[in-house]
Ligand binder design. Structure first.
Ligand SMILES: Cc1ncc(COP(=O)(O)O)c(C=O)c1O
Length: 354
């Protein structure tokens, strides 16, 4: 099966080879070297001096950590799809008051919406933004949104699960306090690591916070990170070694901008290809995701029809998500995708929708 999924995505063969390594202790000097090298690679990739933690969870662990460590009472969550909705649910599940900005599906969040919400409730402590909403294939204009949050002095949490690695994310310049992702998306590594950067401001707040549990207590993570131990508990050693290999490959190909170019080329080929077959992307024009194309199903077929027919041709795309399940299907361009798979997949799609 040739994968055009939206996560977990196909992994780079080099990553899988690395992950076949025999285990070492997570306290050994061999692991410690891999850990801190990976942290340094990520700091360069994200252009940040913030601490980077590698949670033994998926990215959602960072949603929980953001709420538990930083929000005493009230947070604002921008919801333009299922994953923004999840962030809001994590806030509510932890007893916080959650103010929502909810857009129509396929529509972006605009800075004025945040401005308005913050003016109406100045006691909001933090703003959560989904950079790339995987469910609708939409990317928000993140630097413009974080700018408003910064002007109001609010903490900024960014869900970069399906953007980190595939497009620009400048943590320090854009003023992001917690920026997180998962290993199984743009880096082309199996699931199992929550990758996140955490600002000094977050740590200062976390220090004073009570009732934040232990597993996601960022003070515990910082103590181990700064103390040279990497992670407080057993690290997901194979995945972290795989991530190290993926980031080394990015360096060898000429750095992150070359990697972003690769994603852009794939994404453009997919978008042009579906147009030739008479289809179009779902989100508002100009806000289409560079990593996931969410496509309106053609006349006479549902999204699941297209998905199933493509499986019959040996291509695993992704079904539409949540409320968009029937009307759309999705094509991811993350992880390991040899160039020729794209033209083969588009040809098969043409046959399916003909
Ligand atoms: C934008 C976004 N946020 C959060 C998640 C949840 O990530 P995980 O399942 O790795 O915790 C996903 C997963 O697809 C996602 O696409």
């Amino acid at each position: 099966m040739k994968l055009f999924t939206v996560g977990p995505v196909a992994c780079y063969p080099e990553v899988l080879e690395t992950m076949g390594m025999q285990m070492v202790s997570h306290r050994s000097k061999e692991y410690t070297k891999i850990h801190y090298e990976t942290v340094e690679q990520l700091q360069r990739f994200l252009e940040t001096e913030n601490s980077i933690y590698l949670f033994s969870s998926t990215g959602t662990g960072f949603m929980e950590a953001s709420v538990l460590n930083c929000v005493r009472k009230k947070m604002l969550v921008c919801v333009n799809g299922s994953f923004g909705q999840r962030f809001a649910e994590v806030g509510v599940a932890n007893g916080r008051e959650v103010v929502r900005i909810t857009t129509e599906l396929g529509e972006p969040v605009h800075p004025e919406m945040i401005e308005q919400a913050l003016a109406a409730a100045p006691d909001i402590e933090a703003v959560a933004i989904t950079h790339n909403e995987t469910s609708t294939g939409l990317i928000n204009d993140l630097p413009k949104l974080t700018e408003v949050c910064r002007e109001h002095g609010k903490l900024v949490f960014v869900d970069g699960v399906s953007s980190m690695g595939g497009t620009e994310l400048k943590v320090d310049e854009w003023g992001i306090d917690i920026c997180f992702s998962s290993s199984q998306k743009c880096f082309g590594v199996p699931p199992g690591i929550g990758i996140g950067s955490v600002s000094k401001r977050v740590l200062d707040i976390s220090k004073e916070m009570t009732n934040k549990g232990w597993y996601f207590d960022l003070m515990v993570w910082e103590k181990n990170h700064a103390g040279g131990k990497g992670t407080p508990m057993t690290s997901t050693i194979s995945q972290i070694a795989g991530l190290n290999t993926a980031l080394t490959m990015v360096d060898e190909m000429g750095g992150k901008y070359k990697y972003f170019d690769l994603y852009k080329r794939r994404n453009t080929a997919i978008r042009e290809g579906i147009k030739k077959h008479g289809m179009d992307t779902y989100p508002h024009k100009g806000y289409e995701s560079p990593t996931v194309s969410c496509i309106a199903a053609p006349e006479g077929m549902s999204g699941p029809d297209v998905y199933k027919a493509m499986r019959g041709k040996d291509f695993e795309l992704a079904q539409g998500y949540g409320a968009l399940k029937e009307q759309t299907f999705r094509i991811g361009n993350m992880g390991w995708i040899p160039d020729e798979y794209i033209s083969e997949m588009l040809e098969a799609l043409g046959e399916v929708v003909a």
